[in-house]
Design a protein around this ligand. Structure first.
Ligand code: SF4
Ligand code: FES
Length: 258
């Protein structure tokens, strides 16, 4: 098969971008979308032209690095898969395919199809961790966790931090990502001591990064390659409200807590 690509090309974050059109060489329908871009890049390089910059790493739906908007949909036409798990057999011979980067004010474009998603790292650094000692793996397994809680925490932990939820949202909200990361730890016994501090710090960092508000359109859940549920946003809102009502922890004084 062959397809026609309309690809966003942008030299850097300060230059204006534009769509460039490429006719692909002959492709195998069982190639992944990223392998197709590899073939196109090889062709461009052989002709002395600048290859298209795009993000990728594991190429098996684990790392969250790949990040293309394909025909207007983050991660392409298939539900529940990342860009790297999208195959050319999802398209027809002769199709025109429009490829853009994930766009959001908090995800500035670095080059072509690569956007800077370090805002997610900073949100994670604000509270997406457990700083108490949890012991070695056997010790951790010895802490009883009800099955339904363990399952829910695992569902939240599936978030690969790709940012498709932000790219799909008309408000560029990061609520689904933050809700997954907060819920994963807030559900588990090991996450309880820092539960309130975590949710407040991660929400504050999300706001500081310039992500928009959630208006519950559900576009995030629809494009999420891990099908993270909107229910986690409700859960995070409950955790956040409870943390605010409790207020800040009392500061220790010379004579003990005041
Ligand atoms: S919630 Fe889904 S779409 Fe958003 S960052 Fe996590 S895996 Fe990606
Ligand atoms: S390259 Fe790792 S999830 Fe796609």
């Amino acid at each position: 098969m062959k397809v026609r690509l309309k690809i966003w090309r942008q030299k850097n974050g300060t230059s204006p971008g534009r769509f460039a059109t490429y006719a692909t060489p002959e492709l195998n329908a069982n190639m992944s979308f990223l392998e197709m871009l590899d073939v196109v890049n090889e062709d461009l390089a052989n002709r002395g032209e600048e290859p298209i910059a795009f993000d990728h790493d594991c190429r098996e739906g684990i790392c969250g690095t790949c990040s293309l908007v394909i025909n207007g949909r983050p991660h392409g036409p298939r539900k529940g898969v990342a860009t790297c798990q999208t195959y050319m057999r999802s398209f027809r011979d002769g199709d025109e395919i429009v490829v853009e980067p994930f766009r959001a004010r908090a995800f500035p474009i670095i080059k072509d199809l690569v956007s800077d998603r370090k805002a997610f790292d900073r949100i994670q650094q604000a509270g997406g961790f457990i700083s108490v000692r949890t012991g070695s793996a056997p010790d951790a397994n010895a802490i009883p966790v009800p099955k339904e809680i363990a399952d829910l925490a695992m569902d939240a932990a599936q978030c690969i931090g790709c940012g498709a939820c932000v790219a799909a949202c008309k408000n560029a909200s990061a609520m689904l990502f933050v809700a997954a990361k907060v819920s994963h730890l807030n559900l588990l016994p090991q996450g309880q001591p820092e539960k309130d501090r975590r949710v407040k710090a991660m929400v504050a960092q999300m706001d500081a990064e310039g992500f928009g508000s959630c208006t519950v359109t559900g576009s995030c859940e629809a494009v999420c390659p891990k099908s993270i549920s909107l229910d986690f946003i409700s859960k995070m809102n409950r955790d956040y409200a409870a943390a605010l009502l409790k207020g800040d922890p009392k500061k220790p004084t010379a004579g003990g807590t005041s």
